[in-house]
Design a protein around this ligand. Structure first.
Ligand code: XCC
Length: 636
């Protein structure tokens, strides 16, 4: 098989062949040119924080080389500081996304924008209850205003008080642990500021103190993610099970193809609406099938979850979508958008359209998106795609690969499904299956693609190994996209991949429901990892244990973004042992690595498994689930 070192996705392999024939450069070529990567940077021991740098220290004390930076910083300080700064990047990304949704929500609540509304009142009431906001005998917009103020307050802080969105999201016992470690943030912005300050030259050099600072920032990230999910559900609707398709084969030769790429649902929801409205204009332009919207990265996940919009592909293969020659416009907002897409688009008729003032790409067309003129902006964007379609050359290469998939597994939808099986005690369906040994526990798959490993390979191999070992798996982000493309989000996959216990679990469930559920449940975008925490908190509370005692793990087989660092950090802090399939840039400090992989367990129950071999990772994750169940059994 050609290009099997680069990717296991057959559509991507076919497109890499096209790229080679046409002499196009891809991210895989750039990776090859980058080798060998700097060993200091790769292990986190390069310090660039002040202008005396870069200082590169040799972590191996037995060898020659500088063991201190010019200011005296040792490997552990440099590595811990770099780690905190990664988490800051992740936290500001997630919370920037969430803050936009929160500000839009406030505008909606105050009646200042009419292109959006409170779509899911039930979710609004649920969130208000969670925040202890009075709901009885009050108008919806009054409640919404108070929820919006509370959301904004979580960003800007409450004069030194703790975040209100965090405490109700985790079991009491877990919050107590946060408290004892003094890592509860007083505001998302505060946490980001403090983390940047403490890592500035000459401030915090104590590696343990820095690591606690990292965890505090990560909890701010988690809070931002939760706000993003909750408010998006209120404005756009809480996801319910939908059917759709994934992979480049979803592009339609006879339609105007608009790809939405990035993260926020605020713009992309409007693009979908505008595409429906302007269908006739596309047909007049000669596109028999009208307009076809498809998603990449988490914008794709947001639209798939709520509207059943198909997924074109995930992070690593974004350039390849353009090389099909069938993409008329790629509309981007924020995060995970490779600058290279413009150079690729220069060889085709594709319009790259940036929409956010602080997220531009040189050479791309910029159509600014504003919440107050959202409908008009989205229509302008779609019309630009129709115009580009008129210039589309005849020759296109759409690989004939796509898989059907099911998505839409919000926590509320899972509760709804389980209550159809046991109306009085829905969560017992999962907890009893664990007690009876049908399932070993739950794994959250999260994270990206990373060209350091073969595209989608770790994702599918770790997933295969876990389901074979009777682990119930849920997924978000680009790993969800990978597992969707590979057919794991279909009921047929249960028969093909699940172990005997997991098969029993699904067959009992399907029999009661009178319909079939997919093997792996798609929970949404990166911010929607918060949905899993809501789920596992409910399960742990139902069982009367802390999350650290519950059989739950997480796996990021191909992490890339700083957001993956912050998610991993809060997963561990919340008690999930977390596998990472690409070594994070911390291995230059033995101290920091040991804290992450060993000491963390004593404090948070969760710890990191750094393992690039999928088979070994499966073994360790299964052993962790077994240990948690065993400890529970011993206590019982
Ligand atoms: Fe980006 Fe969210 Fe990573 Fe994919 S998974 S590469 S962060 S799109 Ni979150």
């Amino acid at each position: 098989m050609v290009f099997e070192k680069e990717t296991i996705d057959p559509a991507a392999q076919e497109m890499l062949q096209v790229a080679e024939e046409e002499g196009r450069e891809t991210t895989w070529d750039l990776r090859e040119q980058m080798e060998p990567q700097c060993g200091f940077g790769d292990t986190g021991v390069c310090c660039n924080i002040c202008l005396q740098g870069p200082c590169r220290v040799n972590p191996n004390y037995n060898e020659k080389g500088n063991q201190k930076g010019i200011c005296g910083a040792r490997d552990y300080t440099i590595v811990a500081r770099n780690l905190v700064r990664h988490t800051v990047g992740g936290t500001s990304s997630h919370s920037g996304h969430a803050r936009h949704v929160a500000e839009l929500f406030r505008e909606v609540a105050e009646g200042h924008v009419d292109s959006y509304e409170v779509k899911d009142k039930e979710k609004l009431m649920k969130v208000a209850d969670k925040l202890e906001i009075e709901t009885e005998d009050r108008e919806t917009n009054e409640i919404a205003k108070e929820v919006a103020e509370e959301a904004i307050g979580n960003f800007i802080g409450f004069h030194g008080e703790e975040l209100s969105w965090l405490e109700p999201m985790v079991p009491e016992s877990r919050y107590q642990i946060f408290n004892e470690c003094n890592i509860i943030p007083t505001g998302i912005n505060d946490a980001i500021n403090e983390a940047m300050h403490r890592t500035a030259m000459g401030v915090d050099s104590d590696p343990l103190n820095l690591i606690f600072g990292n965890l505090q920032t990560a909890l701010a990230d988690f809070t931002g993610c939760t706000i993003g999910t909750d408010l998006s559900d209120i404005i756009f609707g809480t996801p319910e099970v939908v059917e759709s398709e994934a992979n480049l084969g979803v592009l339609d030769e006879d339609a105007v193809n608009v790809i939405v790429h990035g993260h926020e649902p605020v713009l992309s929801e409007k693009v979908v609406a505008a595409a429906k409205k302007l269908e006739d204009e596309a047909k007049e332009a000669g596109a028999e099938n009208g307009i076809n919207v498809a998603g990449i990265c988490c914008t794709g996940n947001e639209l798939l979850m709520r509207q059943g919009v198909p997924l074109a592909t995930n992070f690593a293969s974004q350039e390849l979508a353009i090389m099909t020659g069938a993409v008329d416009a790629m509309v981007v907002d924020i995060q995970c958008i490779m600058p290279s897409i413009q150079s690729v688009a220069n060889c085709y008729h594709t319009e790259i359209i940036t929409t956010i003032p602080f997220s531009k790409i040189s050479g791309a067309k910029h159509i600014e998106f504003n919440d107050s003129t959202a409908d008009q902006d989205a229509e302008e964007i779609v019309r630009t795609a129709i115009e580009a379609y008129k210039e589309r050359p005849k020759e296109i290469n759409i690989p004939d690969y796509k898989s059907k998939l099911m998505a839409g597994f919000s926590f509320e939808e899972i509760e709804n499904i389980l209550s159809q099986v046991n109306e009085d005690d829905p969560l017992s369906v999962i907890n009893d299956a664990i007690d009876e040994g049908d399932i070993k526990g739950i794994c959250l798959f999260a994270g990206c693609n990373n060209t350091k490993v073969t595209h989608d390979k770790n994702h599918t191999e770790v997933a295969k190994g876990l389901v074979e070992n009777d682990v119930l798996c849920v997924a978000t982000g680009c790993v969800a996209n990978a597992l969707g493309k590979a057919g794991f989000m279909l009921p047929e996959a249960v028969e093909e991949y699940a172990g005997e216990g997991l098969k029993r679990f699904f067959s009992k469930l399907n029999e009661e429901l009178g319909k079939e559920l997919p093997l792996i449940w798609h929970m949404g975008s990166c911010v929607d990892n918060s949905r899993l925490i809501e789920f596992v908190t409910a399960l742990a509370n139902h069982k009367g244990v802390d999350i650290g005692e519950y059989p739950i793990v997480a796996s990021a087989p191909e992490p890339m973004h700083e957001k993956a660092v912050s998610i991993g950090s809060w997963c561990v802090t919340i008690g999930l042992t977390t596998h990472v399939g690409v070594l994070p840039q911390i291995t230059g400090s033995r101290l920091v690595t040991e804290v992450a992989t060993k000491v963390a367990k004593d404090v948070y129950d969760g710890y990191f498994i750094l393992e690039s071999d999928p088979e070994a990772a499966v073994e360790e994750l299964v052993a962790e689930l077994d240990e948690r169940t065993w400890v529970q059994d011993m206590k019982a």
